[in-house]
Design a protein around this ligand. Structure first.
Ligand code: CA
Length: 294
């Protein structure tokens, strides 16, 4: 998910064709909101509030799948774990575990999914454990509104949580030809900035990303995408800041089913690496994930 260089190259190669295919709405000053949860405060337990918020996916959309994380454990009908310390294509430092019987790296508490990054060794590859949950092979969708209510970690250099999607055909066509929809990524040393990005294959790896400033990142915000046959929009707390046209010949990957991923990475090419000043453990809280379709 290295992007700045790729984006520059893409612009140079594609020139105005690409420019006209993209609609950058980041300059919009609209603050009209269809949510009422962004100012939730911490509860007395020190955990972020889990009042559920209010989210309106838009006219005509109906809930087709959700996980409210209100049960006693992680629902394995919805989720499985990616595991290992391969670096995940980005030279990441965490070892994603299968979470074992003790649920050290992912668990449910107070109606929230918690993904916990733990320091188990030095400031190096393998020095951390964390979790990456995915609906691959279990739940996947083509088009719709995909939303999650997430409170971000304490942060610091090298902390990289994400709420994102990959095409289900990744096992046959590989990445980036499967397509990638990054609904929310966050770098722990840029605490008030969230990123939305698409990655796809178009004469090599192509990507387009924008970001949005948020407040009070450790409280819950709703991160969401609207994905139709014509476009993908990405937003936070009911306001879309990103739109990309997906009707072009080069973006066919966004017309296949995708699955959802929630993860908390430690270190990598894009975020950089934790230092002695980066606090651990780090916690990513997810109140719910919902998918709506027409
Ligand atoms: Ca919940």
């Amino acid at each position: 998910m290295s992007r700045i260089l790729i984006l520059l190259i893409l612009f140079l190669v594609m020139g105005c064709n690409l420019q006209t295919s993209l609609s950058d709405s980041s300059s919009s000053s609209s603050t009209s909101s269809i949510v009422s949860s962004s100012s939730s405060s911490s509860s007395s337990s020190g955990l972020p509030s889990t009042n559920g918020g209010t989210f309106n996916p838009g006219t005509g959309y109906n809930l087709v799948w959700n996980d409210e994380f209100n049960g006693s454990g992680i629902d394995l009908n919805n989720w499985s774990y990616d595991t290992g310390a391969s670096g995940w294509g980005n030279n990441e430092w965490q070892n994603y575990t299968d979470n074992g019987s003790g649920g050290a790296n992912a668990y449910i508490t107070n109606g929230m999914l918690v993904i916990k990054a733990i320091k188990i060794g030095g400031l190096q590859a393998g020095g951390f454990t964390s979790a990456r949950l995915k609906t691959q092979g279990k739940k996947f969708w083509k088009y719709g509104v995909i939303a999650a209510r997430i409170a971000l970690p304490q942060g610091g250099k090298g902390i990289w949580p994400a709420f994102w999607m990959l095409g289900t055909n990744i096992s046959t066509v590989g990445w980036p030809a499967c397509g990638e929809i990054d609904i929310m990524e966050w770098l722990g040393d840029q605490a008030y900035t969230v990123y939305g990005t698409l990655h796809w294959e178009e004469n090599g790896h192509a990507s387009y990303g924008l970001n949005r400033t948020i407040s009070a990142y450790q409280s819950f915000h709703i991160y969401h995408a609207e994905w139709t046959s014509s476009y993908i929009k990405i937003g936070v707390d009911g306001t879309y800041y990103y739109t990309m046209d997906i009707t072009t010949a080069g973006t066919t990957e966004f017309h296949n089913p995708f699955f959802i991923i929630l993860n908390l990475a430690v270190g990598g090419n894009w975020p950089g690496y934790p230092t002695a000043a980066t606090p651990f453990p780090q916690y990513m809280y997810v109140d719910w994930v919902r998918v709506y379709q027409k």
